[in-house]
Design a protein around this ligand. Structure first.
Ligand SMILES: Cc1ncc(COP(=O)(O)O)c(C=O)c1O
Length: 390
């Protein structure tokens, strides 16, 4: 029996998407910028996908820029705003951002920008008052992750965005883990820029999107032919991203978005039930500490760390390896660079000790996950732990 429980890392490409990618590659291989029949057919494919992705967040299609993924969408938001300024300004992010935000922020810091990393509470949430206090005269952008990928916590984006708007500061949110899993209505969300990714919602890897509220200007990250154009409110076309679009992959992203919309009303509550079932199986394991907010949480996300009675933690990567040998794919929260195991910066920011921050575990569920999978995973997990604790 094989069980995949790493849907936050990537989701299996769904059959409808694979079929559409294949037929698009075979039939709509034209360059969407070409004026002839072949090109225009490909351009139509892209525009259909743009509407489908826009629909996922109740946005207008003109406000969607296709990118190569969530990382590029995040980088475009941060660097696209930063490059509007000839002098360094002030950026606010949280201390629990994905590296696709924290790394561009670090780069700006090296270029003389001031970067405030808002602290979070033990559940990983930013306090809106802290955001209000951090805004300065020269703050030009705030970027706060919507659903944290490692610990599952949802931020109070409506409140945080409202504060940004009151201070006339642009607000970006990385919604890569949220879009397609929870309803997002951009019309009623005070957000100017929002990142999404295809491979988190059963599309394929290689496509993402940045929502840009009409009227918001960005300097493109990629310069060239300006294939992705955005009509601003003034009616002028603003080049937003260059490079011939990956037509088939984008078509698949659109299809995945459409199906995610259709299924959300049934799939999201189903996932919440499974998530809570898994938590309830695991919660009594000695030394297991759930991480993140248990109620304000991504619907498919279970995470925790493991600490022994003597305070020593169990290396998360050992657990992942043992679970893998038993046919179950899960993930460790901590990152490994050049062979050295580092404590998770996310858990450290939430106040966990170095030891505990080495022992993060994440199990993320998806369309194929069943109750039987959950029950079996819990049994195997306890057996693995018993072995490792001997
Ligand atoms: C919150 C978050 N942001 C950004 C990304 C990067 O997205 P992509 O893999 O599409 O580049 C991820 C991927 O794990 C993510 O979880």
């Amino acid at each position: 029996m094989q069980i995949y429980l790493d849907y936050s890392a990537t989701t299996p490409t769904r059959d409808e998407v694979i079929f559409l990618i294949q037929t698009t590659l075979a039939q709509q291989w034209g360059n969407p910028s070409s004026l002839h029949e072949w090109g225009q057919r490909a351009a139509t494919v892209i525009e259909v996908a743009r509407s489908q992705v826009a629909n996922l967040i109740n946005a207008s299609p003109e406000s969607i820029i296709f990118t190569s993924g969530g990382t590029e969408a995040d980088n475009t938001a941060i660097m696209g705003v930063a490059r509007l300024y000839s002098q360094p300004q002030h950026l606010i992010i949280s201390s629990v951002e994905h590296s696709a935000i924290s790394e561009p922020a670090r780069m700006l810091e090296l270029c003389g920008w001031q970067v405030t990393r808002l602290g979070v509470d033990a559940k990983g949430q930013v306090n809106p008052q802290d955001l209000a206090n951090a805004i300065q005269e020269n703050t030009v952008l705030i970027s706060i992750i919507y659903g944290q990928s490692e610990v599952g916590t949802l931020q109070l984006i409506p409140e945080l965005g409202k504060i940004a708007r009151q201070h006339h500061v642009l607000f970006h949110t990385d919604a890569v883990q949220v879009a397609g899993r929870l309803p997002v209505d951009i019309e009623n969300l005070p957000v100017d820029l929002l990142s999404m990714s295809s491979h988190k919602i059963y599309g394929s890897q290689g496509a993402g999107a940045l929502y840009v509220r009409p009227g918001v200007e960005l300097v493109p990250l990629l310069l060239g032919g300006g294939q992705e154009m955005r009509s601003s409110l003034t009616g002028m076309n603003t080049p937003s991203r260059s490079g011939t679009q990956a037509v088939a992959i984008i078509a698949g992203f659109g299809k995945a978005a459409e199906l995610a919309m259709e299924e959300m009303a049934t799939e999201t509550p189903r996932l919440i039930k499974l998530r809570d079932r898994l938590f309830s199986h695991l919660i009594d394991i000695p030394g297991l500490i759930p991480t993140g907010d248990l109620s304000q949480r991504l619907p498919h996300h279970v995470s925790f760390c493991l600490v022994n009675a003597d305070g020593e933690s169990i290396n998360g990567r050992n657990i992942v390896r043992q679970m893998n040998l038993a046919g179950i794919g899960i993930s460790a929260g901590s990152a490994c660079s050049s062979g050295k195991l580092n404590p998770s910066p996310i858990l450290l920011a939430m106040g966990y000790s170095d030891q505990a921050a080495m022992a993060g575990i994440r199990m993320t569920l998806g369309r194929d996950t069943t109750e039987e999978d959950i029950d079996w995973t819990a049994i195997v997990f306890q057996q693995v732990l018993e072995r490792l604790r001997k």
